[in-house]
Every structure is written in structure tokens, then in C-alpha cells.
Write a protein that binds this ligand. Structure first.
Ligand code: 5GP
Ligand code: ZN
Length: 115
């Protein structure tokens, strides 16, 4: 499993930086966002270091499907019937951590289009 020793989320996955875990399996890790933007706001990340959505290829794309299956399962367990899944890719889109992650936001009205 590829990991980047300087990556914040790789350190969180390894338990070197504490996090409030929601879910974990062999391939992904989910934890509550430190700066929640909704009553429920957690992040789902592949355990393998992929720097962002722009690095998804045919070879590693199965992890994305796995993350989405995990999101559906977690939301069912949390009782979240409506939620938004967000990925920011690149600086202009607001990506601040360069390890692929999906935001899951729930518990309030969402606006569209996003800002
Ligand atoms: P991005 O801006 O890259 O789409 O999302 C990064 C997210 O990671 C932000 O929502 C930010 O609040 C969250 N974050 C940054 N550092 C930490 C941390 O140390 N712990 C947790 N739980 N979340 C973090
Ligand atoms: Zn990483």
C-alpha cells in the first residue's frame, strides 16, 4: 500500500495523528472533519495515497467505487437519508489536502449551485 510520509491523511490513517473515526475497512478510512460545514460532515479516504481525483486511473478506480459503497453504508447506519458527496480537485476548486477524499455533508438544506 503506497503511503506518503509527509501526507496529513496518510498520518491520520496510520493513527499517527488522532481522528474521530466513523468507519474503517481494508481499503478505506472515514473520520469526522475537524471543521464541520454541516451537522454531519465526515471524510472518506482510500488507505492508499492517491493525491487527488486527477490521479484516478483505470488501474486504481475500483477504490472510488469502494469509497462510495462505504459512504452509502455509513449514511444508512447514521440515519442520514439525504446527503451531499463533494470532491475538491486542485487548488482553485478548494483542495487543501493532497490525498483523495470525499466529503459527506448532511443534516441541513444544501444550496445549488455550490459556491
Ligand atoms: P479539502 O479542502 O482538501 O477539500 O478538504 C480537506 C478537509 O480536511 C477540510 O474540510 C478540513 O477541515 C479537513 N481537515 C484538515 N486537517 C484536518 C485534521 O487534522 N483532522 C480532520 N479530522 N480534518 C482535517
Ligand atoms: Zn496520503
Amino acid at each position: 500500500m503506497h503511503r506518503d510520509p509527509d501526507c496529513l491523511f496518510c498520518k491520520i490513517i496510520a493513527g499517527e495523528i488522532p481522528s474521530n473515526k466513523v468507519y474503517e475497512d481494508e481499503h478505506c478510512y472515514a473520520f469526522y472533519d475537524i471543521e464541520p460545514q454541516a451537522p454531519v460532515h465526515f471524510l472518506v479516504v482510500p488507505k492508499e495515497h492517491i493525491s487527488g481525483a486527477g490521479e484516478i486511473t483505470e488501474d486504481n478506480a475500483a477504490i472510488v467505487a469502494h469509497c462510495f459503497a462505504a459512504i452509502a453504508r455509513i449514511c444508512r447506519e447514521l440515519g442520514c437519508e439525504s446527503y451531499r458527496i463533494v470532491n475538491n480537485c486542485g487548488d482553485q476548486a478548494g483542495q487543501t489536502v493532497k490525498h483523495l477524499h470525499f466529503h459527506v455533508l448532511s443534516g441541513r438544506d444544501m444550496t445549488w449551485p455550490p459556491g
